[in-house]
Design a binder for this molecule. Sequence first.
Ligand SMILES: *Cc1c(COP(=O)(O)O)cnc(C)c1O
Length: 559
Amino acid sequence: MKIAVGSDHGGFELKQALVAALAAKAKVEDFGSKTREACDYTDYAQTVALAVAKGEADFGILVCTTGIGVSMAANRFQNVRAALCQTVDAAVVARQHNGANVLCLSGAAVSPEYAAEIASAFIATPVDMSERHARRRMKLERAMRLSDASGLAKDDPEVFATIVAQTEQEDTEINLIASENFSSRACREAAGSVLMNKYAEGYPGKRWYSGCLPVDAAEELARTRACRLFGADHANVQPHCGSAANMAVYFATIKPGDTILSLSLDQGGHLSHGSPVNFSGKIYNIVPYTVDRETEVLDYDALERQALEVKPKILLTGASAYPRIIDFKRIREICDKAGCIMMVDMAHIAGLVAGGAHPSPVPYADFVTSTTHKTLGGPRGGLVLCKEKWAKALDSAVFPGMQGGPLENIIAAKAVCFREWMGEERKGYAQQVVKNCAVMCKTVKDRGYRIVSGGTDNHLFLVDVKGTKGITGKEAAAALDAAGIVVNKNTIPYDAESPFRTSGIRVGTASVTTRGMKEPEMIKIGTWIADVLDNIADVSVQERVKREAKALALQFPVP
Ligand SMILES: *Cc1c(COP(=O)(O)O)cnc(C)c1O
């Protein structure tokens, strides 16, 4: 056991006594003060609190004259729960009920002998794991999500109100939007950091402005981590979003009027893959390919015939609503035969790729574009990976080709996200997202609903609500929303309904898995979906599900 200890001048004597008394019980690290001279309690409290926050120490002990200043200072840090205790009983309860990990003591109020007793009781008492105390501790943590923005409560109450509403919504609803996820607190810290203050047109080491050393380091971390995580030759982390990442590849490789062969929007493609209302459809000659009418999956032989006939400059794969594994090796063969650039947009599946739950396109594709906020769970933003020979063309397409100064705060948050994926925990997460999706999909299917392509291999599935129940995707999504379950209406292949009504809904499991939900919860949620859709006009079913869904959501805190 490791204990970090600190004090100011007012707590110096007691701290010295405690260090001696605890030396036999634990590895004690004394962070000072080392003398009786007047000093600032905040400095020592901060050092000890950070050691606990980082996990470098199991416990902290802080002393000042009253114990109040050090406890206030320590409680400003995340993952720190500092308790000012004057009695052994208080220390025991602070551990059991509140899960305190920093003990604060008054140098003026307690004797060295009694302080040693308090400290011994504190470190020896385990946290009470019973439901009611666990629930209250979880509420303490949940409050932290709001407290991150609490400066705004005074400075800008109107904006603060929107953050309160979003926090409440995330905490209490079941989010199954396949393109969404919950960012980590670490990501949000980087995204909200002072790195946003810096102008940094250009690239690390080659900027147009002075004073770029800190942001150079941040962007270099993001680039190298992206390359390492995905095994890519080169990464550009500056695109502001996924659409901009796609634009960068088009600008780097082809001319206005050139042909792109891409999956059509109503079959699962993306706006930026050539929709007529998007820049991509206005600038380039878009030829759409489709999924097979019977199987609703990609027909690679048909795609090969079409590619040889159309002779596109770019063959673009990747989708926003395709529930199956994409065979990138086969796509490479097609591109080689057709003599075109292979571009993969892995925006949706990037997290599955990073975690090894979907085959990677990186070894095969000339370019891989992505967002960083979907299954990857990082900040809202874009990313392009490419082979070395395209690196220069790509970088100049992004800057000065289409963007000005990069968002270095968001780039730093991307770096944080990539590092998170290098640990084992996220690999398990990616597998769990897919397992959860399979279980929820089967639950809905077993209730009689037709699933597009018959099932799912990834993080999402599509339900044909029109074909099953005669209701539109729009009606289904509205009923589920009223029941506290958030999905989106979605066209299904060869949809006869308009894109505003649609025949389907899209359901994804990235967000619920981030909250720690597993198979039993997926069965519950799948059952609720079927209950609501079976009784589309019955408000009492929606109300019952909303109550149950909220109770479930509150058990699984959002990071
Ligand atoms: C989400 C998505 C994008 C880009 O989205 P932005 O909103 O521009 O960040 C690009 N391609 C696909 C396939 C997507 O699903």
